[in-house]
Design a binder for this molecule. Structure first.
Ligand SMILES: Cc1cc2nc3c(=O)[nH]c(=O)nc-3n(C[C@H](O)[C@H](O)[C@H](O)COP(=O)(O)OP(=O)(O)OC[C@H]3O[C@@H](n4cnc5c(N)ncnc54)[C@H](O)[C@@H]3O)c2cc1C
Length: 382
């Protein structure tokens, strides 16, 4: 009989194990990981640099304190994003696995959890290979569905559902946006811009930064962040849902009256009036379509219109929108309000943040809380 069983050796599961063992050294803890190694996804985050957190997150300092205590120092970039000092995501994985091993947490890899149930003594967890693990507390930290090659295929929400938890609609988030317009001519082009997302004609979100054109539509941080705000309500068909959204891209956000500005340039520079405003490929694309109509050119450069058709799928998404309904979990402890002794942390919950370290911060924070309160609760019963 273990005191604590944690399903998933990802960001939040490992953080929970370290926190719980530090809080209660007597606790017998096991972490069950489906893949052959812990932290496979964590090791590739932030393009291999691991954007650990962001100084704009309320509780980032608490998280950094824990990291400091296990040897991970951080540095901040110009936009408030925090990275390990070495800028190597693998070092974050090593620090967490070393801490678990020093503290005496048992980590069992290469066998996924198939099912879990509760009886009067505690939890009974059955793995795909047929092993049975018994524990007094259970933490589901098995992530969402984004990035299935890193072990996250939706097992966490299935396990939660079996305990009676409601799961809100799951959808890929922080991913590319496919559009109806054929913009394949622009594929590979990167442009600085302000991009706006509309729902039924009303602005939902504005993003400034770089947008990347692809064969299917748009990608890059700007597009990823907009994708988070495309949410099709439960029950609404996806095709109809997407039709209600629109995107407009302003390639000249610093210029208020585009038409007057372009007219003046045209009188000075004649055919070359778009030179140095946008990259050559975009100037050519706009020139070919708007011909010599300055008003139309202004419209294409200030309000380049795209119609979302779909979001790029789970393989391309960085996070999962939807998950265990937040109202059913006590956020002070991360314990389920439906099943005593059952806890949740990380992406299995219905939370998805924008790019910039917000998703890992959520994983660390909820992992710390769950680990701490599982351990405290055990101490009370000792
Ligand atoms: C390519 C990529 C880059 C990213 N970069 C960043 C970034 O720089 N900054 C940021 O904030 N966020 C980033 N994210 C998002 C971030 O990685 C996740 O939000 C975070 O890892 C979620 O933590 P978690 O502990 O909930 O789940 P995960 O870290 O996904 O861990 C879940 C673990 O559970 C295991 N598991 C699943 N099912 C079972 C089962 N049945 N039995 C046992 N184990 C199971 C999985 O194998 C996995 O190891 C990125 C995501 C991707 C895909």
């Amino acid at each position: 009989m273990y005191d604590i069983c944690i399903i998933g050796a990802g960001a939040s599961g490992m953080m929970a194990a370290v926190t719980a063992k530090r809080e209660n050294n007597n606790a017998k803890i096991i972490v069950l990981e489906k893949l052959g190694v812990p932290g496979k996804k964590l090791g590739v985050t932030g393009n291999g640099r691991c954007n650990i957190s962001n100084i704009n997150c309320k509780n980032h300092e608490k998280v950094l304190e824990v990291f400091k205590s296990i040897g991970v120092l951080t540095r901040i970039d110009g936009e408030g994003r925090l990275y390990p000092y070495s800028e190597d995501a693998k070092d974050v994985v090593t620090a967490l696995t070393s801490a678990m091993s020093r503290l005496g947490v048992r980590v069992k890899c290469g066998d996924g959890v198939a099912s879990a149930g509760r009886n009067s003594e505690g939890f009974e967890i059955i793995t795909e290979a047929g092993s049975v693990v018994k524990s007094r507390k259970l933490l589901i930290a098995a992530g969402g569905k984004a990035g299935p090659k890193f072990g996250t295929v939706g097992d966490g929400t299935k396990l939660a559902k079996a305990f009676g938890h409601e799961i809100t609609r799951l959808a890929p988030s922080l991913t590319g946006i496919e559009v109806y317009e054929d913009i394949s001519h622009l594929s590979g082009l990167r442009e600085k811009c302000k991009a706006s997302l509309f729902l039924d004609g009303k602005t939902v979100r504005e993003e400034s930064g770089e947008i990347q054109f692809t064969k299917y539509g748009i990608s890059g941080i700007c597009a990823f962040n907009l994708s988070k705000y495309i949410k099709i309500p439960e029950g609404e068909p996806l095709k109809e849902g997407f039709k209600r959204y629109g995107i407009k891209i302003d390639f000249l956000p610093d210029i208020e009256n585009g038409e007057a500005f372009l007219k003046e340039r045209k009188s000075l520079l004649h055919e070359d009036y778009m030179v140095s405003l946008v990259k050559g490929a975009l100037a050519k694309y706009v020139g070919e379509r708007a011909s010599k109509d300055v008003r139309k050119v202004s419209e294409m450069l200030k309000a380049f219109s795209l119609t979302p058709k779909n979001l790029r799928g789970w393989e391309f998404a960085q996070v999962t929108s939807g998950g265990v309904r937040c109202e059913d979990v006590d956020f002070r402890t991360m314990e389920s309000k439906l099943v005593e002794g059952l806890y949740f942390s990380g992406e299995v919950m219905d939370y998805d943040g924008i790019c910039g370290g917000y998703n890992l911060q959520y994983a660390w924070e909820t992992g710390i809380k769950a680990g701490k309160y599982m351990a405290i609760c055990l101490k009370k019963c000792e």
